[in-house]
Design a protein around this ligand. Structure first.
Ligand SMILES: [Mn+2]
Length: 456
């Protein structure tokens, strides 16, 4: 139902659908107007005019007008006859709080909606433009280094993988490289599960490449002053705070984004490239781990990119990354710890003895499922260190703070609200507690945690 012949003509282009009944209320000077496909409800709009539509409360109304006074009258007339009928108000000149009273009513704007779609399309176009520039930049290059940060994290790894796909290359002509090998368990697990290789190289080995692209990192990370070879590179795509002192032929640094994987997902989407399950899973995990599942520093773009890759990811592969296979000795150590487990003062502490490092965070995840546990701590000896992972239910003191209290003067530690990690050299532990057997570790950590949790 349109206010006036002019709007009706405009909507005649948009609405024709077999189930839509098109009607308009002519203005005073439009009594003879006949917009194609529209029937006139007479002027002014009254209950008698509405009756011409023969509508009942099974129908839905779209009321299209720019004049708030006309709108209020139209909604009142419809609402009196059909108090429960759904009404969609289309107006670009009505604020949400000016919407007339009705049981089921919703406001949308036409021109605003089109502008919104346009903005969106232009954002895609800007990404497509960037993709074309990047592809053109590298097309003649023999061998391109895709450089990640040392001990590359999931976001960096996924971005390297995505950039290579975007360039249409394979690892021999576009290897993922890093100056420090992947060490953290989640990073290693991701590289393995995706079947990727990250070559550890030194600065001199960059000479074998005639193209350098940095993803999820800027040249400043590699030294102060920045090594000469990295002061001027081909491409930098990143989301960390923008630093100076370097240049790139193409730079795309979007500091408001939660993950660089979001930028690469936008590239792939804009370029209309197929995102295969392995790549989609990598990007999904990249976004997920950098934003802590869309919690921290997350933009609308991150959520949209997450949804885009979620549609193509492989749940089985994601599970392999997030829940890497546990070694049998680690499971036996867990069995021994569980045999005598207890929850005291809300703390569930499992001491595993000597284990592979990646077992510890997984046991900490598991431990939080114990009845009555508000805190879960898993500890084990890795090399010469006592390593422990901490989880909590989220409504208690921040895990990172507590761990910093526990390791104070002994080792290092930190983390976030509900996840944290601490490392104490066994030597330092022994110097303070005499022994480092499981029972001593348990007692010492338990007391330290109780103190740190209740500290004001
Ligand atoms: Mn990142």
């Amino acid at each position: 139902m349109c206010d006036g012949a002019h709007l009706a003509k405009e909507w005649a282009q948009i609405l024709p659908g077999t189930s839509a009944e098109l009607a308009f209320v002519p203005r005073e000077d439009e009594l003879r107007a006949r917009p194609p496909g529209f029937r006139s409800l007479g002027h002014p709009f009254t209950p008698e005019g509405l009756e011409r539509l023969g509508a009942n409360d099974e129908d839905e109304f779209a009321v299209i007008a720019d004049d708030p006074v006309w709108l209020r009258n139209a909604v009142a007339v419809i609402g009196t006859a059909l108090p429960t009928v759904p009404i969609l108000v289309c107006s670009d000149f009505l604020a949400a709080d000016e919407l007339p009273m009705h049981l089921c009513i919703r406001l949308t704007g036409l021109r605003e909606g089109i502008r919104h779609d346009f903005d969106r399309e232009f954002r895609h176009l800007a990404n497509l433009h960037r993709v074309a520039q990047i592809q053109r930049l590298f097309i003649q290059r023999e061998k391109v280094a895709i450089l990640l940060q040392p001990d590359p994290d999931p976001d960096g790894i996924a971005c390297g993988f995505a950039l290579r796909a975007l360039l249409g290359r394979k690892s021999p002509t576009a290897p993922l490289v890093s100056f420090g090998e992947a060490k953290r368990p989640e990073n290693v697990a991701m590289i393995q599960a995706l079947g990727l290789e990250v070559r550890t190289i030194d600065l001199d080995q960059l000479e074998e490449f005639d193209g350098i692209a940095l993803v999820d990192v800027q040249p400043n990370v590699f030294g102060d002053p920045i090594p000469a070879r990295l002061q001027n590179v081909d491409l930098v795509i990143d989301h960390h705070p923008e630093r100076s002192g370097w240049s790139a032929s193409i730079r795309d640094v979007r500091t408001s984004y939660g993950a660089t994987s979001t930028i690469l997902t936008e590239y792939l989407t804009a370029a209309g490239l197929e995102i295969r399950p392995r790549l989609a899973t990598g990007l999904l995990y990249g976004i997920k781990s950098d934003t802590q599942l869309l919690g921290r520093d997350t933009e609308t773009q991150d959520i949209e990119a997450f949804a885009a890759v979620h549609a193509f990811h492989s749940p089985a592969l994601l599970r392999r990354i997030e829940r890497p296979a546990l070694p049998l000795p680690g499971l036996r150590a867990l069995g021994r710890a569980l045999a005598t487990t207890r929850v005291e003062e809300g703390i569930h502490l499992l001491v595993l003895g000597r284990v592979r490092e990646d077992v510890i965070p997984q046991v900490a995840d598991l431990g939080l499922q114990a009845e009555g546990a508000e805190w879960s701590i898993a500890a084990g000896i890795v090399g010469g260190d006592l390593v422990f992972s901490v989880r909590n239910v989220g409504y208690v003191r921040a895990a990172g703070e507590v761990v910093r209290g526990v390791v104070e003067g002994l080792g290092i530690g930190g983390g976030h609200r509900s996840m944290a990690k601490g490392i104490i050299p066994v030597k330092a532990f022994r110097a303070k507690y005499k022994r480092a057997d499981n029972a001593t570790v348990r007692r010492a950590l338990f007391d330290a945690f109780v103190r740190a949790i209740h500290e004001s």
